[in-house]
Design a protein around this ligand. Structure first.
Ligand SMILES: [Zn+2]
Length: 81
């Protein structure tokens, strides 16, 4: 139990980012849970990280798709002019 309470802020922020990519182990989840209960800074980090992730997904959904081959052809045309 005391080891779980010793999760550092550095480890907590690493776990916050990692859990967006892959499931955490039960030990990691528990360590992060207890750390977040006692650390306002990491709770704020988690909140901002989630907001940034949400905005990035929205931006990716709104971005027009780019046809890489047409861009390449346009660049080659401009170079040859
Ligand atoms: Zn912290």
């Amino acid at each position: 139990m005391t080891a779980l309470l010793r999760t550092s802020c550095r480890e907590a922020t690493r776990l916050i980012e990692l859990r967006a990519l892959q499931p955490l182990t039960p030990r990691e989840r528990l360590g992060l849970f207890w750390h977040l209960r006692i650390c306002a800074a990491c709770r704020a980090y988690r909140k901002h990280s989630a907001a940034i992730d949400h905005l990035m997904v929205r931006r990716a959904d709104d971005a027009p798709s780019v046809d890489a081959s047409s861009v390449e052809q346009a660049v080659l045309r401009r170079i040859s002019e």
